[in-house]
Design a binder for this molecule. Structure first.
Ligand SMILES: *Cc1c(COP(=O)(O)O)cnc(C)c1O
Length: 429
């Protein structure tokens, strides 16, 4: 039985690392910055990308590659790389194919850190973004494209708005304009949704969230489907389809094929120059998390659903958003793209606004107040008081975040305990 035909649960446990006779059962942590070679000639071949092998952990490390291979298998991709954070993954995923003077179309419902990276920092690098309403009809989305558009970007389930992206609609729009669709699949995880099966071309992750799952290591990952034909739009992607002078004139698509060109370029150029590499120790923690991802995600989703159902019936709760809840605006899209479950994060409002939300959170005994989501331990955040603190109530509403919004990230505890905790906390409001 071939590895690629394994079920996702088996891949979580077994993919990436297959030790040989007498080798360690656990993934070895190769805690080494550098690697030894017999001759300079051997090493020269690595520097010319003529041979594959390790020479410096800023570019590649065996532990990181082993764990990347597991995530690659989970997503059904052709190649993958680990990065130091989800932010680095989002940045590399675009900067690998767009430069100063280029343009990208992105969903307007994104993680706040990603929005800032795109709208402020990458804009300063000369890459312009047009943000489109993810619910807009395709005709509307098509109008956002320009001749210099190089990619489309969106989140499977947006953090914290919990909006489900119509991946097929965005893939169609991207492909009609000869550019790839990049999906941030952090919240859904490959357990619940594999964007490549719906037409996406590249997937990014903040592995800090469900993949690590234990609040141990910040990290990111990029996976390439290997299916986007860069050479069919060679004029748009000169970095992949014309010789790279910094590597003696090799052309990535010619030398590494469609399966390898994108990740090889991101490693050989961007990792070399920016060095956003993950440490082998962090990759080891990430792998421990991945071994139980399928079990944890199932429980996160059960808890999310139970908590959302409870909240939706509570008289002190003004509204609940959870794409796995019947009647939710995104329930049908969630059923289409992730029929087995969505995520463990529930957003809701407490009657009485900002002050009531504060009182409620202060009274929680199990759920902790944290700038984190998607962790084994239940945690929550009041964006109006934390990540979006600088905004007044009007600005918050414009950003789709009401002052009373509580982002409640269900862990893997027993849901009856979580509900009892919410119940007593609401009694304090
Ligand atoms: C947290 C998060 C990121 C950023 O990841 P870091 O690992 O914190 O850099 C990106 N996208 C989503 C959806 C996130 O939740």
């Amino acid at each position: 039985m071939q590895e690629k035909n394994w079920e996702i649960e088996t891949k979580c446990v077994q993919s990436g690392y297959r030790p040989g006779n007498g080798e360690p059962r656990q993934v070895p942590i190769v805690q080494s910055t550098t690697f030894k070679y017999a001759t300079s000639e051997d090493m020269g071949k690595l520097f010319d990308l003529e041979a594959s092998g390790y020479f410096y952990s800023r570019l590649q490390n065996p532990t990181c590659d082993t764990v990347a291979a597991k995530i690659c298998a989970l997503e059904g991709g052709s190649a993958a790389m680990l990065l130091s954070s989800g932010q680095a993954a989002s940045f590399f995923s675009i900067f690998n194919i767009a430069s100063c003077g280029d343009h990208v179309v992105a969903s307007s419902c994104l993680y706040g850190g990603t929005y800032n990276l795109f709208a402020v920092t990458m804009k300063r690098m000369g890459i312009e973004f047009t943000f489109v309403d993810p619910d807009a009809p395709i005709e509307e989305i098509n109008k956002a494209f320009r001749p210099n558009t190089k990619a489309v970007f969106g989140e499977t389930i947006a953090n914290p708005a919990l909006i489900v992206l119509d991946i097929e609609k965005f893939a169609t729009a991207a492909h009609e304009h000869g550019v790839p669709l990049i999906i941030d699949n952090t919240f859904a995880t490959p357990i619940n949704c594999r964007p490549f099966e719906h037409g996406a071309d590249i997937v990014v992750h903040s592995t800090t969230k469900y993949m690590d799952g234990h609040g141990s290591a910040v990290g990111g990952c990029i996976v390439d489907s290997g299916k986007f034909d860069w050479t069919a739009h060679a004029e748009k992607f000169p970095g992949l389809c014309t010789p790279d002078e910094s590597y003696h004139g090799i052309t990535y698509t010619e030398k590494f094929g469609l399966e390898g060109a994108y990740i090889t370029k991101a490693t050989a150029q961007l990792m070399r120059d920016f060095g956003c590499s993950q440490s082998p120790q962090s990759a080891y923690y990430l792998n421990l998390g991945l071994e139980s991802l399928h079990l944890r995600v199932e429980r996160h989703c059960l808890n999310g659903k139970k908590v959302a159902e409870y909240l939706s019936k509570h008289e002190k709760v003004s509204w609940v958003t959870y794409p796995g809840l019947k009647g939710d605006k995104y329930y049908d899209l969630a059923q289409k793209y992730m029929p087995n479950g969505t995520c463990g994060v529930v957003s809701f409002g407490v009657k009485g606004g900002r002050t009531a939300a504060e009182k409620f959170m202060k009274a929680l005994k199990i759920a902790a107040i944290e700038t984190h989501v998607a962790d084994a331990r239940t945690c929550c955040l009041h964006p109006a008081n934390a990540t979006h603190r600088q905004m007044n109530d009007e600005e918050l509403t414009a950003a789709g975040i009401s002052p009373d919004l509580v982002r409640f990230s269900c862990g893997i505890e027993n849901y009856e305990d979580l509900i009892a905790d919410i119940k007593q906390a609401l009694e304090n409001v």
